[in-house]
Design a protein around this ligand. Structure first.
Ligand SMILES: O=c1ccn([C@@H]2O[C@H](COP(=O)(O)OP(=O)(O)O[C@H]3O[C@H](CO)[C@@H](O)[C@H](O)[C@H]3O)[C@@H](O)[C@H]2O)c(=O)[nH]1
Length: 477
């Protein structure tokens, strides 16, 4: 039973898709992970190092037609995905795998929601297709509510908020207050925002044809404690919450069925496994970290794929970290260093390590780390919870604003900063590193979302999905 998995070509998407591939192995599936050539080259050695289990995931390469080594920003990737040539290659792959003499051929395609072009290939080839959402269920609900947001006048037909302060309708139970400013397509210039909104509208149109949506999150994301939810529940009620409901109530409007299967790092390989990395990790900082006092080090990272925070912010953050007198590791790609004071890296070298790309998971697992200054990307958020680290949040783009609201207002495991001036940074660092209650809450959240009971629930959720898939396959044959 071959399963083709198509991730969106970014670090924060390929990692969870590989974990999903591994999680499908015990159910008898033969996963085939489809990546682009430049990504394949970078992650192959890491996958090989992950040992026997990961080596059972077959990797196949597609060409995106973009210049080798050229820039691949959001719109370049979108153009490449939509121009049809990757679709042709994927269709060929499906027929090739179907023609194999052994097994049942391709029984399932799992497509990252952001790579929705591949859903159409699945449908054309007659292969059952599931969507994969790598972030919070809450953020999926925000983009899925686009037609309602337009209908209620919250945003224009091109996605522009009518008033920034307008509160979004309550889309999931116990939702923190979200405003039109938190919408994930509001990045960059007006034309960029419109372009991204168009992308999301097309993506969500395609998602309406899905029967299943696997989500790399936990079912009780909106809860503050265990007892608020039915623990046996593994399919999330995907019906829109009261005030966005359509008048013409139709069961089909409620598809896809949502299966929370996250955090996938708990289902896949070993909990200590490294992530497949797009860039070479600077591992010497791990030895340095081992020599630091418990809870003393600040780890700073704004993820792999986000707009730079700006030169002024960069300078303020650098000076504030230096002034804090605390040890730190700052993962900062050389292409994002504009704004760093001259000679800064050498000046702070004894106490601060600025590295191009960090072994993030291993850093967070180290007891020396006292808090994590983050952009609130979903993978970083879950890794912080997994490693019981408190957060200082500076959301920059996309889903990060919604994630931040949950971190700060619902789970209360972090604080938000609006800027990087010395006083603000110092206060927030102190709060995050010293607030014992916050520490207790993150430990509890870790247990609730990643403990043994949670792991069993994930297994059950994944089985709920595969059982339904088998039913569909049986009906079809
Ligand atoms: O020096 C570094 C920096 C990051 N990471 C890893 O890279 C991943 C980063 O993922 P994430 O925190 O989700 O950030 P982005 O890469 O920026 O992810 C994009 O994709 C995510 C999933 O859709 C969104 O939640 C984010 O907002 C979006 O920016 C994590 O696994 C990190 O461990 C490293 O290993 N080393």
């Amino acid at each position: 039973m071959k399963v083709i998995l198509v991730p969106y070509p970014a670090q924060g998407h390929v990692t969870p898709m590989l974990q999903l591939a591994v999680a499908l192995l015990p159910s008898g599936f033969e996963p085939v992970l489809v990546t682009l050539e430049h990504i394949h080259r970078r992650i192959k050695p890491d996958i090989e190092q992950m040992g026997h289990v990961a080596s059972m995931v077959k990797c196949v390469v597609l060409q995106d037609g973009l210049e080798s080594g050229g820039a691949r920003d959001f719109f370049a990737i979108e153009a490449a995905m939509e121009d049809g040539s990757m679709a042709v290659q994927l269709e060929r792959l499906v027929s090739k795998l179907d023609d194999c003499e052994n097994g049942e051929g391709v029984v399932l395609m799992v497509v990252d929601v952001l790579a929705s072009w591949a859903m159409e290939v699945g449908h054309r080839c007659g292969v059952p297709t599931a969507g994969f959402w790598v972030a919070m269920i809450a953020t999926y609900q925000v983009v899925a509510a686009i037609p309602d947001l337009v209908r209620h006048g919250v945003i224009s037909y091109s996605g522009t908020p009518r008033h920034k302060e307008t509160k979004l309708p309550c889309l999931v139970p116990n939702q923190p207050t979200l405003t039109a400013e938190d919408l994930p397509w509001l990045i960059g210039s007006t034309s960029c925002r419109k372009g991204r909104f168009k992308f999301w509208t097309r993506t969500m149109d395609r998602c309406r044809s899905l029967r299943w949506l696997l989500v790399n999150s936990f079912p009780e994301e909106h809860c503050t404690a265990y007892n608020n939810i039915e623990l046996n529940e593994y399919v999330v009620d995907n019906r829109p919450h009261v005030n966005t409901k359509n008048n013409n109530d139709n069961e089909d409007d409620y598809y896809p069925m949502v299966f929370p299967v996250g955090p996938l790092s708990k289902l896949a390989v070993a909990p200590t496994a490294r992530n497949p990395s797009f860039w070479e990790e600077e591992r010497t900082c791990l030895d340095w970290l081992d020599q630091q006092d418990p809870g003393s080090v600040i780890y700073v990272s704004f993820g792999s794929w986000v707009s730079p925070i700006g030169e002024d912010n960069m300078r303020s953050l650098a000076l504030s970290l230096e002034a804090s007198g605390r040890p730190f590791i700052w993962a900062l790609s050389p292409t994002w260093r504009d704004g760093l004071p001259n000679g800064y890296i050498e000046r702070v070298a004894n106490r601060g390590k600025v590295v191009p790309w960090a072994p993030q998971l291993e850093i967070l697992q180290n007891d020396a780390v006292g808090c994590f200054v983050t952009h609130c990307g979903w993978n970083s958020t879950m890794e912080a919870i997994q490693c019981k680290k408190r957060l200082v949040c500076y959301p920059v783009a996309g889903d990060q604003f919604v994630n931040c609201k949950y971190i700060v207002e619902v789970w209360k495991i972090g604080v938000r900063i609006d800027g990087f001036e010395e006083k603000e940074i110092e206060e927030c660092l102190r709060e995050a590193m010293e607030d014992k209650e916050m520490g207790r809450r993150v430990r509890e959240l870790c247990e609730r979302t990643m403990g043994e009971e949670a792991r069993l629930r994930l297994v059950k959720s994944l089985r709920g999905f595969t059982d339904d898939l088998h039913k569909i396959i049986a009906e079809d044959s």
